[in-house]
Design a protein around this ligand. Structure first.
Ligand SMILES: NC(=O)C1=CN([C@@H]2O[C@H](COP(=O)(O)OP(=O)(O)OC[C@H]3O[C@@H](n4cnc5c(N)ncnc54)[C@H](OP(=O)(O)O)[C@@H]3O)[C@@H](O)[C@H]2O)C=CC1
Ligand SMILES: O=C(O)CCC(=O)C(=O)O
Ligand SMILES: [Mg+2]
Length: 744
C-alpha cells in the first residue's frame, strides 16, 4: 500500500468527546514521533447538523460532511478509523442542539415538526438525516467482533465491581405481547436476482399508494416484512398497566428509540398515550393546539404546555398528578428532578437499561429514590425473552459473580445495514386500512400483510456477502480462541429460518473440525450460555444485529461492570479496520458531574484498547515496524494500567479520566523505553518515562487539585474549544513533559 499510514480519530459528543481533549494530545505526541499521522473528523451531533446547512451559514461557520467522507473511506482497504460513541439523537435532543447552536450565532432553521411547504420539508429532511442512529450504520461496512480481552477479564476478577444481590422472591419480570407484534407477523423472501422491489399499500377500495417505489436488492439477499398492530399494542399496554398496579411493581418501558429511529418513537408514543390516556383525552384540544407529540415523551407535554395560559397549564399538571395516584408507580430516570421512564424516548435505551436493572438486583429507581421490583415492558417478542431468561436464572441461582464467571464474546452480523437496524427508510406508520405488499420487478408478490390504520409496518434487508463474512468471522474466532460458538437463531422466525439455511451452507466452506458450533433459539442459547458462564466457561454468541447490540452491553455489564471496557473491532469487508470504543453510550450523566464538580468519570479503556488494535492493524496493512512497536508497547501499558487499577473513580477528588490518561501515558512511555526493537524510540521515550515517573506526584496533585468546583465549557452539544481544553488539560507539568516527544 503506497499511502502514508494514517489513523482517523473521531470527534463525537458528551463524555467521550471531552475525554478526547485530554487523551488526543497524548496520542498525537506519541504517534508523531513514530511517523504515524492521526487526523480527526467531526461526527458530533452539532457537527452533523452544521454540515447539513452550508447555505445558511457563514464560511467560518461551515463544516464539511465528515461522516459521508468516512463512510466512503470505510469502503477502502486503507481505512483505519477509531470511532468513539456519539449521540444518536431523539427529536428532543436534536431540538436542544439546534437551539444551542442558534444561541451561539448559527442562523439555523428551527426543526419543523409538521412541515407545511417544500422549503420546510427540505429542512426536515436534512435534520432527519442526522436524527437517530445516523453514524454507526454509515461506518459499519463490516461485521462486529466484541469481547473482553484476557487482561480486562483478569482485571475484573481482581477488582470485581459491585453486583446487586438477587432474591428468589423478586417480582421483577419482562412483559411482552403474545400476538399482533413483529415477531408473530414476520414473512421472509430470498431474492433470486439483482433488481429492485416495490412497497405498496392497497386500500380497501383497491386504491394503490406507493410507500417506496424502489428498494435495490441483490441476489442471495434476505428481505423480510413484519407489522406491529397498534390496537394489539395498546390493548397489551393497558393490560400491563393494570397488572403493574395490581402486583405493585414499577412500570417501565424498554425500547431503542435512538437506533430504531422510526418505529420505536412511535411505539414509545403509543405507550405514553395509553399511560396518560385520561389526561390526554380530556385536554386533547389544548394539547393539539400547542403541538404536543407523545412520541417525544411526556417531557414534551411539559415543554409545550408552557405556551398555554397559566390556568390551563396548572390544570393539566394537576390532572397528571392526580393520574399518578391511580396508575402504577413509574420507574424513574432521575427521581430528584422528577424525570420518569416515559419522559424522553432516548433516556431509557434497552441495551443499557435492562443490564443496569439486572445488575441492580432486578430493580429500578422509584419516585421515592429507592430501588423496587419492576415490570419491564418490551413489547415485541423477537428478543424480549432473553432478558426473562437472565432474570429467571438470577432468581434461581442468585447474582452472577464477576470473580468467577466466564465470558460471552460476540460475533455480530452488522455490515451494510443488516436486519432491523437498517429498516428505517422502509418503516411506515400505515395511513389507512388495507394490505401492504412487496413485489419484485416482474410484479410478483414476495409477501404481503393485512394492516390497519396506524400500524407500524417495516421491511428489513440482509445482504448475502455480509452473512458469508459473518460465518467466516465466527469460525475464525471459535478457532483462534478455542471456544464453542452458538448461532442465536430461531427456526420459528421466518427471517431466522432463512439464515439458518445459509449458515448451514456457508459453514461447509470452512474447516470446522474439532470446533463446537451450534445453532439455538435465543432463549435456549441464553440458558446454555448462562449455565456455562456460571461454571467459568466462555461461549461465543454469534448473533444478528439487534442481539449484537443487546448482548454486548448485557454480558460486559455483568462481567466487567460496564461495556466501556470492551474491545470492539469491525474488520471492514474491504480490508480496512474500524475500531469502536466500548459498546456503551456517550454517558450524559458524566458531563453533568464534570460541570458540577470538575470530575470526569468516563473510562477511556475502550479507547486505549481500540488504539492498540488500530496501531497493530496499521503495522500489518502498511508493513510499518514502528506502528507495531507502538502497538506492542501500548498493549503492555494497557495490561499495567489494569493491573495497577488506574481506572477513573466515580468520586470527586479521586483519580478521574484525566488522571487515568496520565498513567496510560507513563506506562506506555515505560514500555517503549523497555523495548529493544527500535532504539530511537527507546531513547526518546526513555527520557519521557523518567520525567513522568519523577513528576508523578506533582501531576496527580495538579489533576486532582482542580476538582470540586463547577466548570464552564461554553456549551453542551457544541462546547467552546478553548474553555473545554483548559478544563481537560489542567496539569502544566504533564503538558510540558509531553513537549519532550511532541513534533519537533
Ligand atoms: N456506539 C455509539 O455510538 C453509542 C451511542 N449511544 C448514545 O449514547 C447516549 C447514552 O446512551 P446509553 O446507552 O443510555 O448509555 P450511557 O452512556 O448512559 O451508558 C450506560 C452506562 O454505562 C456506563 N458507561 C458507559 N460508558 C462508560 C464509560 N466510558 N466510562 C464509564 N462508564 C460508562 C455507565 O454506567 P454506570 O451506571 O455504571 O456509571 C453509564 O451510565 C445516547 O445518546 C445514545 O444514543 C449509545 C450506545 C452506543
Ligand atoms: O448507534 C447507536 O445508536 C447505538 C449503537 C449501539 O448501541 C451499539 O452498537 O452497541
Ligand atoms: Mg449498544
Amino acid at each position: 500500500m503506497s499511502k502514508t499510514p494514517k489513523i482517523i480519530y473521531t470527534l463525537t459528543d458528551e463524555a467521550p468527546a471531552l475525554a478526547t481533549r485530554s487523551l488526543l494530545p497524548i496520542i498525537d505526541a506519541y504517534t508523531d514521533s513514530a511517523g504515524i499521522t492521526v487526523e480527526t473528523r467531526d461526527i458530533s451531533l452539532a457537527g452533523r447538523i452544521i454540515s447539513q446547512f452550508p447555505d445558511c451559514l457563514s464560511d467560518a461557520q461551515q463544516l464539511g460532511d465528515h461522516l459521508a467522507e468516512l463512510g466512503e473511506l470505510a469502503k477502502t482497504p486503507e481505512a483505519n478509523i477509531i470511532k468513539l460513541p456519539n449521540i444518536s439523537a431523539s427529536v428532543p435532543q436534536l431540538k436542544a442542539a439546534i437551539k444551542e447552536l442558534q444561541g451561539q450565532g448559527y442562523p439555523l432553521p428551527d426543526y419543523p415538526d409538521e412541515p407545511s411547504d417544500d422549503a420546510e420539508r427540505d429542512v426536515k429532511a436534512r435534520y432527519d438525516r442526522v436524527k437517530g442512529s445516523a453514524v454507526n450504520p454509515v461506518l459499519r461496512e463490516g461485521n462486529s467482533d466484541r469481547r473482553a480481552p484476557s487482561s480486562v477479564k483478569s482485571y475484573a476478577r481482581k477488582y470485581p465491581h459491585r453486583m446487586g444481590e438477587w432474591q428468589a422472591s423478586s417480582r421483577s419480570h419482562v412483559a411482552h405481547m403474545s400476538e399482533g407484534d413483529f415477531y408473530g407477523s414476520e414473512k421472509s423472501a430470498l431474492i433470486a436476482a439483482d433488481g429492485a422491489v416495490k412497497i405498496e399499500l392497497i386500500g380497501q377500495d383497491g386504491s394503490v399508494r406507493v410507500l417506496k417505489e424502489q428498494t435495490p436488492v441483490l441476489a442471495g439477499e434476505v428481505i423480510d416484512g413484519a407489522v406491529m398492530s397498534r390496537k394489539a399494542l395498546s390493548a397489551f399496554v393497558a393490560e400491563q398497566i393494570d397488572d403493574a398496579k395490581q402486583q405493585d411493581v414499577l412500570f417501565s418501558l424498554h425500547l431503542k428509540a435512538t437506533m430504531m429511529k422510526v418505529s420505536d418513537p412511535i411505539m414509545f408514543g403509543m405507550v405514553v398515550d395509553e399511560f396518560y390516556r385520561d389526561v390526554l383525552d380530556k385536554h386533547a384540544e389544548a394539547l393539539e393546539s400547542v403541538g404536543f407529540d407523545s412520541s417525544n415523551g411526556i417531557g414534551d407535554l411539559y415543554a409545550t404546555i408552557a405556551k398555554l395560559p397559566e390556568a390551563k397549564r396548572a390544570e393539566i399538571e394537576g390532572d397528571i398528578e392526580a393520574l399518578y395516584a391511580e396508575r402504577p408507580r413509574l420507574a424513574m430516570v432521575d427521581s430528584y428532578k422528577g424525570i420518569t421512564n416515559l419522559h424522553v424516548p432516548s433516556d431509557v435505551i434497552i441495551d443499557a437499561s435492562m443490564p443496569a436493572m439486572i445488575r441492580d438486583s432486578g430493580k429500578m429507581w422509584g419516585a421515592d429514590d429507592a430501588l423496587h421490583d419492576t415490570k419491564a415492558v418490551i413489547p415485541d417478542r423477537c428478543y424480549a425473552g432473553i432478558y426473562q431468561a437472565v432474570i429467571d436464572d438470577c432468581k434461581q441461582h442468585g447474582a452472577f459473580d464477576p470473580t468467577t464467571m466466564g465470558s460471552v464474546p460476540n460475533v455480530g452480523l452488522m455490515a451494510q445495514k443488516a436486519e432491523e437496524y437498517g429498516s428505517h427508510d422502509k418503516t411506515f406508520q400505515i395511513p389507512a386500512d388495507g394490505t401492504v405488499r412487496v413485489t419484485d420487478a416482474a410484479g410478483e408478490v414476495l409477501f404481503e400483510h393485512a394492516v390497519e390504520q396506524s400500524d407500524i409496518w417495516r421491511m428489513c434487508q440482509t445482504k448475502d456477502a455480509p452473512i458469508k463474512d459473518w460465518v467466516k468471522l465466527a469460525v475464525s474466532r471459535a478457532r483462534e480462541s478455542d471456544t464453542p460458538a452458538v448461532f442465536w437463531l430461531d427456526a420459528q422466525r421466518a427471517h431466522d429460518a432463512q439464515l439458518i439455511k445459509k449458515v448451514e451452507n456457508y459453514l461447509q466452506d470452512h474447516d470446522t473440525s474439532g470446533l463446537d458450533i451450534r445453532i439455538m433459539a435465543p432463549m435456549e442459547a441464553m440458558q446454555f450460555s448462562l449455565e456455562r458462564i456460571r461454571k467459568g466457561e466462555d461461549t461465543i454468541s454469534v448473533t444478528g444485529n439487534v442481539l449484537r447490540d443487546y448482548l454486548t452491553d448485557l454480558f460486559p455489564i455483568m462481567e466487567l461492570g460496564t461495556s466501556a471496557k470492551m474491545l470492539s473491532i469491525v474488520p471492514l469487508m474491504n480490508g480496512g479496520g474500524l475500531f469502536e470504543t466500548g459498546a456503551g453510550g456517550s454517558a450524559p450523566k458524566h458531563v453533568q458531574q464534570l460541570l458540577e464538580e470538575n470530575h470526569l468519570r468516563w473510562d477511556s479503556l475502550g479507547e486505549f484498547l481500540a488504539l492498540a488494535a488500530s496501531l497493530e492493524h496499521l503495522g500489518k496493512t502498511f508493513d510499518n515496524a514502528r506502528a507495531r512497536v507502538m502497538a506492542k508497547a501500548l498493549d503492555e501499558a494497557n495490561g499495567e494500567f489494569l493491573d495497577s487499577n488506574k481506572s477513573p473513580s466515580r468520586k470527586v477528588g479521586e483519580l478521574d479520566n484525566r488522571g487515568s490518561h496520565f498513567y496510560l501515558a507513563m506506562y506506555w512511555a515505560e514500555a517503549l523505553a523497555a523495548q529493544d526493537e527500535d532504539t530511537e524510540l527507546k531513547e526518546l521515550f526513555g527520557k519521557l518515562a523518567t520525567e513522568l515517573r519523577a513528576k508523578e506526584t506533582a501531576i496527580v496533585e495538579e489533576l486532582s487539585g482542580v476538582q470540586g468546583q463547577p466548570v464552564d465549557i461554553g456549551g453542551y452539544y457544541h462546547v467552546d474549544g478553548a474553555l473545554a481544553d483548559a478544563v481537560m488539560r489542567p496539569s502544566r507539568t504533564l503538558n510540558a513533559a509531553l513537549e519532550l516527544v511532541a513534533k519537533r
